[in-house]
Design a protein around this ligand. Sequence first.
Ligand code: HEM
Length: 443
Amino acid sequence: MARNDRLELEDIQATVLRYRPEPYYGTHVMLRVDDARAGRELLRGLAPHVDSAAEWRQPGEPWIAVAITYAGLVALGLPAESLNSFPEAFRVGMAGRSGQLLDVGDNDPAHWHHPFGSGEIHLGVSVFSGSEEAWHRTLETARQHYAGRPGLAVVATQDFGAQPGDLNPLGYRDSIGQPAIEGSGVAPLPGQGRPIKAGEFILGYPGESGGPLPAPAPGVLGRNGTYVGLRKYESRVATFNRFLREHAQTDRERELLAAKLVGRWRSGAPLTLAPEVDDPELGADPSRNDDFTYAGDPHGHQVPLGSHMRRMNPRDTKMALLTDVNLHRIIRRSTTYGKPYDPEALGDAEDGGRGLYFIFLSAKAMDTLEFLQREWINNGNFMSLGAERDPNVGLQEAGATFTIPQTPVRRRIHEIETFNALRGGEYFFLPSLSALRWIANLP
Ligand code: HEM
């Protein structure tokens, strides 16, 4: 990286580099701005409390992240030249791009929970914390700036985290595989692969193809910012449990089937390193649990080619449709909400009320999500799997299958169902700290 391309960590929001703590607690607050001046005053008040990425090293410390939708930028009174400099897919919003995202059928915005897709979400204020006490304290700091303020309305609040063992709603440890970012100062973990150019994740720096990605204008608004995609999934825990019971006889077989769907045991241990028996110690060890490639498993006998993790990051898998995997990497900061995973939940009533806010960051989040949804999630051609879809987040249609390669004959499971249904989604712009102040001080 050239000298003048040094990452300005002190201007980048902490949430870009800071790993989710373990355990984690927090709240997402969504706000509507009815009066531009009140919105800017909120940003002025919050800005000093938004940590920068220069302070990423305190993983247990709480932090506040502030993000703004396109409707929010309009409501805050950004000048037209700035508004028009944002990419079309961001301006239209996630609901408006449902066709390109294949968010159809059960995942169609018509089924989303209010206020997602309604245009009422303008600001997202998130608090992340490693302790309950700091969570409440930090949320209170943020709350003082928006609660009861004329011209602002809280349109949604979602607490998250605090699942025993940090398991997600289907009982898996998650947020393991993350990209290493060049120049970030965050030491790469074994197996993360070569560091990816910072411009893929932060606006204003060279990306993988050499130049910086298009950024909104003026420079102070775009540089050091990025985009966030948020997708609210509702997890069908009972449907998932019934599926495991129907297709596997013993507890051990059920756990193996759950591992084959994702590519890791629910403990987090990757099947490439623990192909036969779970190894919870390996699953919990960040210095080992991502340290593998697929070189020794070209046909997917350990990790099925169609499993969620191998689709979402094929690493060195030889694919039928060539693409540079490093162009489609994302930073994930997902958060689990609702009741913890219950392996005994079997009744339909257990399917509601819990799930995951899938949250990812990328300097081209809209393009990446559309690519992933179309090519790697709701399609199987790139892995020569025909119409098969991602078993975790694909929208399954009647007769859908999931293939587990094995010898002497592969196993094909019929009637796989949709385990995670989309119930909301928004794109946000995550401004730098100086951009936050620039917006806050607009005339
Ligand atoms: C309810 C929704 C989802 C659930 C429950 C879920 C669960 C998981 C789990 C258990 C893993 C393996 C552990 C880890 O590395 O974190 C994983 C990995 C991953 N998921 Fe998801 N996921 C969801 C949605 C998505 C979506 C929508 C995308 C992309 C658009 C995605 C992209 C990824 C990526 C990139 C990885 C890491 C792959 C790697 O580096 O090996 N996930 N997910």
